[in-house]
Ligand binder design. Sequence first.
Ligand code: A3P
Ligand code: MG
Length: 249
Amino acid sequence: MTSTNDHELAVWLAEQSGAELLKVREGGLEGKALKDAGDQASQAVLARLLAEHRPQDAVLSEEAADDRARTRARRVWIIDPLDGTREFSEPPRDDWAVHVALWEDGDLVAGAVAQPSLGETFSTATPATVGARAEGPMRIAVSRSRPPEFVNALAERVGAQLVPMGSAGVKVMSVVRDVADVYVHAGGQYEWDSAAPVVVARAAGLHTSRADGAVLEYNRENPWLPDLLVCRPEFAAQVASFVRDEVDL
Ligand SMILES: Nc1ncnc2c1ncn2[C@@H]1O[C@H](COP(=O)(O)O)[C@@H](OP(=O)(O)O)[C@H]1O
Ligand SMILES: [Mg+2]
């Protein structure tokens, strides 16, 4: 790839890694061996290509030692080489993703979320348009393995259906794709789980915040960022006020 802007680079990186992950998945491994092979292969692709194409930039990755010098850097790539590792190891599930985000001077500025099994990449290079929502009750995307404790009470309060699926990126993109209206999470996550999905969702005009409505901050010394709300803007106040009133975050 020749020189390119950060938005296009994010897409290309996520798709290069996605192609590698599809190959790994065809390789006959299972269970933990497949998870580990996927994490390592995708990390290797992203680390190599970032070093080649953006040698000056810092990187925060789920799969690499955290060099805290990044907290003094102007530009930091925040990457999750394989989000939804569990689902990746359960073929033919398609709810896993590659996350590539760029943080610059205080906020997220570019990103891509590839869903290789769907052959789709969502990005800030070509922001998605979120159309009119499908008719019917509110749909809340939640973790299939670790849903927040309060989601059943929230669903009952607002008359919503729960839509369980793997991967934070896939759940955020489900709101972009009008498969869900809201993704709310609490109880644990790191910056790499939400950075790329959040910048892509913002570019599509969606609401993004902490679960209680507070501002999301990235490239902090401690990358623990345990809760998240991404939704159609019209649902943000209702969900965030439920979380503020009813949940100990
Ligand atoms: N309680 C928790 N603590 C730490 N990480 C969590 C978590 N709940 C979810 N996550 C992370 O968020 C991502 C999406 O999870 P889920 O599919 O359950 O919604 C996963 O990333 P990885 O697959 O990259 O590890 C998972 O590890
Ligand atoms: Mg992750």
